[in-house]
Design a protein around this ligand. Sequence first.
Ligand SMILES: [Zn+2]
Ligand SMILES: [Zn+2]
Length: 323
Amino acid sequence: MTHTLPDLEGLRLPGSKRSSKRELILNVFLRQEGHLSADDLAELIRREDQRIGRATVYRALQWMVEAGIARKVDFGEGRFRFEHSYRHPPHFHLLCKSCNRSSEFLSSDIEALIEEIAAARSFSARQSVLQIYGTCAECRTGRPGAADSGTTDLLFARDALRIAIATERSGLEFYGAAARAAKNARARSAFLRLAEDERQHLSTLEARYQKLLARDAQLESRPTFLFFKGAANGLFAAGADEVRRGVSDRQALMIGVRCERASHRFFKRYGERFEDSDGKQVFLEFADEERAHLERLIRECRLLAKRAAHRTGRRPHHRRTTA
Ligand SMILES: [Zn+2]
Ligand SMILES: [Zn+2]
């Protein structure tokens, strides 16, 4: 996998000269996957250029950490390891004590909990480290596990798309159920339009997913990287159930508002947290689409309230809807 280099001019530390040695070290580092010790990298560099010493490699690594190109990780082995941070979102690690291999994952639920705890203690969190030690499936069973060597960038994009697709599916289901249950013709057509929107987004996302799979033949079978307990079944699934149990048009619209708002917030907050990557792009675009839906639903809610007020000759009862 070839990485496009970050903007080196922008990343350069004040007063540091760009040296060709450093550039070579950077290039070799960015070609590697996984977690390298400084000695591993020094060895790789030596193969390319005998004249570059260990001390130069150490200094370059230090510079990469400060410039945000590399992250230092401590797996409790008595030495640090380094991994890319460019286009590589912060993550947690599973570490096998038998084969010493590590694999990476992310969980929105764990991150939300950490944020909640830090906020409760008014602690300004800079970095959180979670390492799970144990025995991997391969060491436990002797059977080769799913290849974990895919680049995190692709895994992240794959999982972000899977979650967005699950959300669109549940949204489509929700608006379909709401349209079938609607009593008012205007509300019904609003739900039908939103369902049509979801259908279109769904096919766009599915096409994007197929395109992504074309970049790595084994992508589908690689282990899950992003875990989203709350979002796995689609953020609209509970709303669709409520509508099926029978609600008024206004209630259905309000449930839609609630689901779209939760979905918008989820994708926006999560997308913003990530560094530049395809996954981030998917999340932020999706957050925008959900915001547009939210605004349409709020307009429909107001219209419905206005018409109801008109019929009964009363002024509409304004309930504030804040996004
Ligand atoms: Zn193992
Ligand atoms: Zn890692």
